[in-house]
Design a protein around this ligand. Structure first.
Ligand SMILES: CC(C)(COP(=O)(O)OP(=O)(O)OC[C@H]1O[C@@H](n2cnc3c(N)ncnc32)[C@H](O)[C@@H]1OP(=O)(O)O)[C@@H](O)C(=O)NCCC(=O)NCCS
Length: 298
């Protein structure tokens, strides 16, 4: 019998964790989110079985009515190449269609070659690229932490309007990244925003906002902090990033993704490099967001 797909049950939790423990030397975020995934609304964990054993799983969640996000697809290393990843992807595309969604999005990393092969096979197109950077607890960047008296809290409504008019959101093709999840904040059709934890900025002498940085806690990884958005002059960005480093002294990782195009990126990258963040792959775009419209299955 071939691969079969079904909704995960609570009893699958241990098997899901066993599969996750094999991925990325056990440094997978799934254990931190699996309980929430198995219980949350507008969401489904699906598993693939081969000969009665769960060999693969994935998660789908509606970021907004009409916008589906796919994440966390993993196959037992001993069972890869048997079609489970493709079967799960196909099932989730069909489910999105049955649920009346308009678009499906997902993100992946540059060296997940099997994943990129599968999603491109199913018609997902790359929409945006980013450069991953982080400051872990032992990073020299953490010694740059400094609270600035010039930094002010920015109301979330004002922050959202400012983001929509920024150069950075144009470079990120309308997505706002929250960890590995990318929200379609300014995309054609369906709009969805992540929940902000803090928005801070610097104002000009007339009170207008001249730079902005937004932080949220990603839904994976306890103690991880994500800079979802940062734009402004290089001098302002340095003040804002140093301020954030000081606001979260105990965070295991303070991370962000810098919007990047072909050979260009936002000014944030220079700031992070100067502050000695760990910029993965020496600044080559390495995180990709893919999307596809939902059409009636053939
Ligand atoms: C991505 C993943 C879930 C795929 O699961 P799987 O059950 O092996 O997938 P399938 O067997 O359905 O298909 C694998 C496809 O990738 C292809 N593939 C495998 N390795 C590849 C590589 N290095 N480069 C390009 N394609 C590759 C296979 O040839 C196959 O395609 P084909 O059927 O057209 O020949 C699995 O590799 C995995 O768990 N990876 C680690 C976690 C991960 O990267 N998740 C996605 C990012 S969040």
């Amino acid at each position: 019998m071939g691969v079969t797909i079904r909704t995960a049950r609570l009893a699958d939790r241990a098997r899901i964790l066993a599969i996750s423990s094999q991925i990325w030397e056990g440094d997978d975020y799934v254990p931190q989110v699996i309980d929430e995934w198995l219980h949350m609304r507008d969401s489904e964990v699906v598993v693939a079985e081969l000969n009665g054993t769960v060999i693969s799983f994935a998660h789908t969640v509606n970021l907004a009515s009409g916008y589906v996000w796919l994440e966390g697809i993993r196959t037992d290393t001993a069972s890869q190449g048997h079609g489970a990843g493709k079967a799960l992807t196909e099932y989730l595309i069909e489910k999105a269609w049955r649920d009346g969604a308009q678009r499906i999005g997902l993100s992946t990393y540059i060296d997940n070659l099997a994943s990129i092969h599968i999603i491109e096979h199913y018609g997902f197109e790359r929409q945006a690229s980013f450069i991953f950077a982080e400051a872990t607890l032992d990073s020299p960047a953490r010694t740059c932490a400094e609270l600035s008296p010039e930094v002010v809290a920015v109301p979330f409504g004002e922050a959202k309007s400012w983001i929509l008019g920024s150069a950075s959101i144009a470079m990120s093709c309308g997505f706002v990244g929250q960890g590995w999840k990318f929200w379609p904040a300014s995309r054609p059709g369906v709009i969805a925003w992540p929940a902000f934890d803090k928005a801070i900025g610097l104002r000009g002498s007339n009170g207008s906002l001249r730079s902005l940085l937004v932080v949220c806690h990603p839904d994976h990884g306890e103690g991880e902090v994500s800079i979802d958005f940062a734009d402004g002059s290089p001098k302002d960005l340095e003040v804002l990033v140093r301020h954030v480093l000081a606001l979260y002294p105990g965070a295991k990782s303070i991370q962000t993704v810098v919007p990047a195009g072909k050979g260009i990126h936002t000014v944030l990258l220079e700031t992070l490099t100067a502050l000695e963040f760990d910029v993965w792959r020496h600044g080559v775009p390495d995180v990709f967001v893919y999307e596809r419209p939902v059409k009636q299955p053939q």
